[in-house]
Design a protein around this ligand. Structure first.
Ligand code: RBF
Ligand SMILES: Nc1c(NC[C@H](O)[C@H](O)[C@H](O)CO)[nH]c(=O)[nH]c1=O
Length: 233
């Protein structure tokens, strides 16, 4: 299969690992539709092919995007019972998908279709980093889940801001208590509807920081750099 520009399509022969993902403005919301189950993980040269069983498989089409534990993947095959996607090495290096095994549950969300209520927040499905679950504590009916995150993302989090954990849109309930961690309060509905109820201490989770925050941060940093250069001149 060829694109109009003559390059081979992303999913040609299911060998998505040979090509970079297509630059498409796809969005998610972090409102998980269901927990699918990984049926098979097949190693490939340059990646892994995942087969995921889910209830909406027959509505999917090849080339559609699905956020799998928050990482946007392209459907390369589907049938009535599930779909297949290839996670390339770059994705395996940046996400926790490489840890997932057959039998594991994964949070699934199809791309945002407009017009729609946002409900969660704007999520790209571009995982920024992995974090590690440090503690899971009961908080009334809910659970407070504390996650250690890489220090370079410290400015990407604000109290009561949004963060995506394994594809789930959550609110930052505690920040840097202790340093290098944030906590989210997971309500019973989310606990049951997503994989959150299975998060264990020590487990790696996919993190995507808030998109709006990224633009603000970049703009502020550039202004600071410009001001610094002007002071020196
Ligand atoms: C529309 C879209 C489709 C993507 N498809 C794939 C894919 O099929 N396989 C893959 O490994 N990464 C894919 N990615 C990249 C992947 O989501 C990214 O590497 C991780 O989220 C880490 O940032 C895709 C990204 C986008 C935006
Ligand atoms: N913001 C929080 C949510 N949001 C709702 C979940 O994203 C949703 O229930 C899930 O994606 C399933 O569809 N839930 C929490 O438990 N805590 C939050 O801070």
């Amino acid at each position: 299969m060829q694109r109009r520009d003559g390059r081979p399509a992303h999913t040609e022969g299911g060998v998505a690992h040979l090509l970079p993902p297509p630059p498409r403005p796809i969005m998610f919301t972090g409102i998980v539709e269901e927990v699918g189950q990984i049926d098979a993980v097949t190693p490939l040269a340059g990646g892994k092919r995942l087969r995921v069983a889910c209830s909406f498989a027959d509505e999917l089409r090849v080339d559609e995007s699905v956020a799998v534990d928050g990482a946007c993947l392209t459907v390369v095959a589907q049938d009535g019972a599930g779909f297949e996607a290839v996670a390339v090495e770059e994705t395996l290096a940046k996400t926790a998908l490489g840890d997932r095994r057959a039998g594991d549950g994964v949070n699934l969300e199809r791309a945002l279709r407009l017009p729609a209520r946002l409900d969660g927040h704007l999520v790209q499905g571009h995982v920024d980093a992995t974090g590690t679950v440090e503690a899971v504590d009961a908080l009334g009916d809910s659970h407070l889940v504390r996650i250690a995150y890489p220090e370079r993302f410290a400015d990407n989090l604000i109290p009561v801001g949004s963060v995506t954990v394994d594809g789930v849109s959550l609110t930052v309930a505690r920040l840097d208590e202790p340093a290098g961690t944030f906590a989210v309060a997971v309500i019973p509905h989310t606990w049951q509807k997503t994989s959150a109820g299975r998060w264990r201490v020590g487990q790696a989770v996919n993190l995507e920081f808030d998109l709006v925050g990224k633009y603000v941060l970049r703009s502020t940093r550039r202004q600071d750099e410009t001001a610094g250069r002007e002071r020196q001149a």
